[in-house]
Each structure stands twice: as C-alpha cells, then as structure tokens.
Design a protein around this ligand. Structure first.
Ligand SMILES: *[C@@H]1O[C@H](CO)[C@@H](O)[C@H](O)[C@H]1NC(C)=O
Ligand SMILES: *[C@@H]1O[C@H](CO)[C@@H](O)[C@H](O)[C@H]1NC(C)=O
Ligand SMILES: [Zn+2]
Length: 321
C-alpha cells in the first residue's frame, strides 16, 4: 500500500489503553490486537514509538511493555488530570511520587526517554483542581533534572499559566515538546520563544484556524505524533481531504483481523498527519518526515547520531518486512 519509503517516530502513543486489548468503555469487543497494530505501524514506516505514561501505575505497565520490543520507549510522569496524588506544596510525600518515577526509569535505562506527560489541563479540572495541577507540574522539573531527560508537555486551555511555569524552570531541562498542540498563533510564538518543540497530531488539524497555525510552526521545531487511541482525523476535520493513506477500517462491533477500528487511532496514522502537514507547508512528505525524524532523534535520542540514520533505516525496515 505504501510505495514511498518514509520513517516516523510517534512521540505520543497511549498503547496501554484498553482499546488495544479490544475493550471499549469497559466492554470487550474484540481480541487484543496490539501486536497487529504494531505490525501495521512498522509497515507504515514507524520506526519508534514513545508510550506516554500518566501515572506511577501506567509507567510500570509501560516499562513492562517496552521491554518486549526494541522499537518501544516510554515516558515517566504524572498527567495533570492525575495530580491528586500530590499533596500541598510543601508536603514531604510529594517527593515519594518523584522517587517512584526515578526508580521506574532507572529500572529501564535507555528505554525511558522522557519525563511526561506533565503540565496543565484546565479543560479537565474535576479530578484535580488548578492549584494541585500546578504543584504536581512543578515537581516534574526536578524529575527531569534528576533523570537528565527531555520533557513531553501537556497543555490545554491554561491562559498564561503554563508558559509562566515553564519560563520559571526553563534552565532545568534542555529540550521539551508541547504535545497535541491546538493553540493560536500567539501561543505558538510563546512556545517557540521558550525554545520548545511543537507536537502535531489529528487534534491539531481540526479547524481551518488550526491549519493556519500549523502552517506557522517552523519545520525545524515540529514533531509528529498520533496521541493514539485519541485524536482521530475525522472526515469533518479541516485537513481530511489532503490525506492520501487509508487503511481498511471497521467499527469495533464488526471487528475483523487485520483492519483498523473506527474511532481508534493507531501509530500508523502518523502518515496522515505528515500528509496534511506537507500540504500546509508546501513541501514533500519526504521532507516533512525527514525533518520531524531528525528533530525527534535530537530531542529524545541525543546519543545516537542523527546524521544519516534516516536514510540508512530503510535497509533495516526492508530486511525486516
Ligand atoms: C491512557 O489510557 C488510559 C486508559 O484509557 C487512561 O486512563 C490514561 O489517562 C491515558 N493516558 C494518557 C497519558 O492520556
Ligand atoms: C484547534 O482545534 C481544537 C480542537 O481540536 C480547538 O479546541 C482549538 O480551539 C482550535 N484552536 C484554534 C487556534 O483554532
Ligand atoms: Zn496529552
């Protein structure tokens, strides 16, 4: 199906989600098919995947999963919506959360490549209010310092609070990606001024205004992701008509082996994100893929030489398929 050889790294995939075990809203709809999903990803050119962990338990699960495959990596962090595990600002028990994450990361050296997802989400404050989210968020800079890792940020509708906090701690980490970016042009400028990278997925490509912002993200600062199983690019999305890669897709009720499931995004769909970005930037999809790949290697795999690795990869992929 894919004639052109492209390589991708998905920097945000929630592969521990029950949907990859065939479970939707607590109802079992089909057999677990994570291994098929990973095969499909590899065929689409997805070379590596970062599993986003959002709690201590999820980080443990993720670390177990990544030990099974050389192409899987993980983050460790506590998602803003899970920050209720943190106490008041000075609570000594907060350090315990961080220590747990340090221990998990240390048990999987070289495979835990980022701190995250961490940040603020003011669209979802029912589980954890703004104040508690801010307390939890600030501890992640200490975690990044201790682990000497880049940060995968989550930021949703937070006014200036996110930028203010990152600014305050900017000298404590080297590289960071604000994933699933849906902000406006001013917010984009603030992130670029902080020397951060911007993660683009289907949620970033929903409205015409979204598209005009993505057009302004310099390719040297752009990173591709899916945020699967969320952020499907629906027919109603502004960028949908530019998609060239399609997979056979059925509803979970009519699941068949070898098909994608409607409403469940997978790492292979990163190609669709790249296709839309290539149209918006008026450059070839090869150029988008190569630049995003280069950026991603630099951020999350700084010890591997990024030069030449993109091209040499295709031999590896050919030999394995
Ligand atoms: C991943 O999926 C699980 C299960 O649906 C969910 O509880 C968790 O919040 C998700 N993690 C992230 C980082 O979105
Ligand atoms: C982009 O789309 C998201 C939905 O994915 C929306 O919440 C957001 O406001 C949009 N941003 C802009 C700048 O239009
Ligand atoms: Zn997120």
């Amino acid at each position: 199906m894919q004639s052109r050889m492209l390589a991708f790294i998905d920097v945000a995939a929630n592969l521990t989600d029950p949907m990859f075990q065939g479970i939707y809203n607590q109802v079992e709809r089909h057999v677990p098919d994570l291994s098929t999903v990973l095969d499909r990803a590899r065929e689409a050119g997805v070379f590596r995947i970062l599993i986003t962990a959002g709690s201590v338990e999820m980080a443990r699960e993720a670390v177990e999963l990544i030990s099974e495959s050389p192409s899987l990596f993980s983050t460790v962090g506590i998602h803003p919506t899970r920050c209720d595990v943190f106490g008041d600002a000075q609570s000594v028990s907060n350090m315990k959360q961080i220590q747990n994450l340090v221990d998990i990361a240390s048990s999987a050296k070289g495979k835990v490549v980022a701190v995250g997802e961490c940040g603020l989400d003011y669209d979802r404050t029912t589980f954890c209010d703004k104040g508690r989210q801010q307390i939890g968020f600030e501890y992640h800079f200490l975690l990044a310092e201790q682990l000497k890792l880049p940060i995968l940020f989550h930021n949703r509708n937070t006014g200036g609070d996110f930028v203010k906090i990152v600014q305050k701690h900017r000298d404590r980490f080297e590289n960071g990606v604000v994933h699933s970016f849906t902000g406006n042009k001013d917010e984009l400028k603030q992130l670029l001024d902080l020397n951060l990278y911007v993660g683009i997925n289907g949620c970033s490509l929903k409205t015409e205004e979204n598209l005009s912002v993505v057009q302004k993200v310099p390719l040297e600062r752009l990173v591709l992701e899916t945020d699967c199983p969320y952020c499907e690019i629906r027919k109603t999305h502004a960028g949908y008509h530019w998609i060239q890669s399609h997979w056979k897709t059925v509803s979970h009720k009519k699941y068949e082996t070898g098909s994608c499931v409607k409403g469940r995004t997978e790492p292979c769909h990163i190609r669709q994100v790249a296709e839309i970005v290539s149209k918006l930037h008026e450059v070839s999809i090869e150029q988008v893929a190569k630049q995003a790949f280069h950026n991603t290697m630099k951020i999350f795999f700084p010890e591997e030489s990024a030069n030449g690795i993109y091209d040499s990869l295709f031999e590896t992929i050919r030999n394995h398929s």
